[in-house]
Design a protein around this ligand. Sequence first.
Ligand code: AVI
Length: 320
Amino acid sequence: MQSPIQQNIFADDVRGGLSAAPKFLSSKYFYDDEGSRLFQEIMKLPEYYLTKSEYEILSGQTKEICAAFGAETGEFDLIELGAGDGAKTSLLVDFFLKRQTDFTYVPIDISVEALKCLTEKFAAQFPNLSIQAEQGDYFLTLQTFKSKSARRKIILFLGSNIGNFGKAQAQDFFKSLRAVMNDDDRLFIGFDLQKDPRTIVRAYDDAQGVTAEFNLNLLTRINRELGADFNRAEFSHYASYHPIEGAARSFLLSRRAQTVFVKTLNETFEFAAWEPIFMEISQKYSPEMIEELAHASGFEVAGNFTDDKKFYVNSLWKPI
Ligand code: AVI
């Protein structure tokens, strides 16, 4: 459930997106309860290789990764941005606990519900783990850390979440992170790599239609929360990959000319036949793009960990 302020921002964003040419809706709104459930389903799909690749890296190279963090001596905070269900992070947590490393796990998430689930799960799985969950915006929370905690920070940003930012936005994001980091802190990021476009398109257009449902669910959310009358059957999910940009994009296409009314906005929006609504970007990276992005945001790449198929990389960044 969102606060009235969040509801107003949501309404404004929907108005802005549906009034724009071309139309768009922000993928950050995918994650209501049903959207979060559908994303869990997506991560289990055979076509969605991202989660499996990252799991392979973190489970197969735990020792090397933790050694590269330089965290086996001295206390530190293991900070995770957008913590999710913690399945991959638990591999690192388990490794550190078994070596009696002195650290606190700090998941930061905007969703109270996600943090509650994760904290309960980790408390049961790791009774000796020190957890300090922080609800809110990443940067505001990290800002308070700069003054609050003198410990080293190892910041995790996993799951290819950076892919949902455009290139300029990704650079701004990392620059802001750099500003709250000290020289011996580290940033560990999951990037999906460029590969056969057909593999990528399948990941975003699965045979069971779960990704289509994930996109259409945002129309359901707008109907419920903003009193709109989207007829979901009149929209069709379409996923594409642009190999020059390295960007996968998802759209909802209006199957026919139609008008949609949004009660909260007291506005109607016209759709032409096959007009797209741009829903989500999932940027794929080349190793060169990762190097460039690191330097442009004030970091150098201290290590890269890839899976056997070279589908995915977890990149460790050091401030410069
Ligand atoms: C959360 N994010 C990294 C996912 C991705 O791959 O872009 C969201 C997603 N969209 C469709 N499938 C998964």
